[in-house]
Structure formats: structure tokens, C-alpha cells
Design a protein around this ligand. Sequence first.
Ligand code: NAI
Length: 246
Amino acid sequence: MELKDKVALVTGGARGIGREIALLFAKEGADIAICDVNAEVLGATQKEIESLGRKAITGVVDVTKSDQVDGFVQKILDKFKKIDILVNNAGITRDGLLVRMSEADWDLVLAVNLKGAFNCTKAVSKIMMKQRDGRIVNMASIIGIMGNAGQANYAASKGGLIALTKTIAKELASRNVRANAIAPGFIQTDMTAKLSDEVKGEMLKFVPLGKFGTVQDVANLALFLVSDDSAYITGQVVQVDGGMVM
Ligand code: NAI
């Protein structure tokens, strides 16, 4: 077991990539805290974790609200006494060409994808610094590296998340807290299910491995980045994209 008796907080962990990460970490021995705005599926994910023999705590928390984040982090501390791992995974899209993008869609995507990570990292890194141990993984995207027409808000948020990752890696390294980013390519989840078959077909042409990624592909990388196997790796952006961007 790679994460025996560790405590991990996964944001946006009720479904999709975050859920898979939470389940894999639990299989590897970690107790899990999940926050999400999707109250409907949170309970089911909590039960799945508990059925793996690990403890779980969930909270309906909007990561854009620092008071909600701080309150949930305190609850995790009350229950588990520590937080070893933070995965800033909560993310949304509100796509549209720049000239038609509303200010509200710009603000919302930046708030969830970037400010949410800031709120959670600020709350949790104080604990990790005291512990002199911690691992942070930020869920960026290859769109944050390459840009994408129709995703100005999303690309800016993920590019910002990459810059945030490198900065916290530098600020926290002396306290033995590592921070890395994952940049997934096209992963099959509810978020991407809404794309048309035509768009999916076009995207596949740019993936050398010739297939879309799975949530397991991303979770396996997250596990590596929070385990001792990556003890000398910090401030990096690791792509899991079938070779789409190289
Ligand atoms: P998803 O939509 O299935 O899951 C995202 C989760 O975040 C949901 O459970 C949602 O309720 C939660 N969430 C949304 N707003 C929130 C908020 N304000 N506070 C707390 N939780 C909130 O999406 P998926 O595909 O699992 O994506 C997970 C992460 O991976 C996102 O950050 C996304 O940008 C990133 N990503 C996904 C890719 C893909 O192809 N699916 C590719 C690259 C990056």
C-alpha cells in the first residue's frame, strides 16, 4: 500500500477524475475527504470509499468560497488530525469564442478552476508546513499549455494553475511540501461527454495513441505524484494525453 494511513483531500471528488483518484488513494490505504458542490453523488462516493475499508468525510463545499473551504478543512482536522495530500481537481468549463464570452462565464471559470485552488492550497498548506510534510497535485490541462479556440477562460485558468503550481512548489519546498500539476488531454468523463461525435472525431486525429484517456490513466499518475516514488519531483507539469502535445 503506497498511501497507508495518509489523509487526502480531493476537491470535486464526487464524480469523474476526482472520484477515481479518491477511490484509488483509498485502495492504497488513505482516508479520504471529498468536497464538491454536487450533493447528489457525494454520498454514493463516500459509501464506495467506506466499502474499501477506509474512513471518509464529505462536505458540500464550493471551493470559490474561502469560508466554506476553511470550515471543511477544520472538520477534516477534527476527524483525522492531519492532511497529507491535497488534490485540487474541482473544475468547470463554460466554452465560447472570446468575442461572445460573457464576463460572468469568464469570472466563474477563473473562480472555480484557479481561485478555488488558491483557497484550498492556502488553507491546507499551513497545516502541511507545520507537519513538515505534504503533497499537492493540481489538475491542470493541456489546454493550459497549448490554448484552444473557444476556451479563453478555461485555458487562462489552467495556465494560471500551472504557474500557481510552480510558485507554491518554490515557496513550500523548504518545508518538505511538494506540488506538481497534471495536464490531462482528452479524458472520457461527464465533462467531455457533452462534446459532439464530430468534435471528438476531430480531436482523436491529434492523439498519436489513437484513443481517449480514462479516469484510471489520470488517477495512476496522481498516485505516483503523491507517493514516495516521486520524492524528488516538484514543480513539474506532467501530461497524460496520449502524446497529443509534445
Ligand atoms: P467532472 O465535471 O466530471 O467533475 C468535476 C467535479 O468538480 C464535479 O463533481 C463538480 O461537481 C465539481 N465542482 C464543480 N464546481 C465546483 C465547485 N465550485 N466547488 C467544488 N466542486 C466543484 O469533470 P472531470 O472531467 O472529472 O474533470 C476533473 C478535472 O480535470 C477538472 O479540473 C478538469 O478541468 C480537468 N480536466 C479534465 C479533462 C477531461 O478530458 N475530462 C481534461 C483536462 C483536464
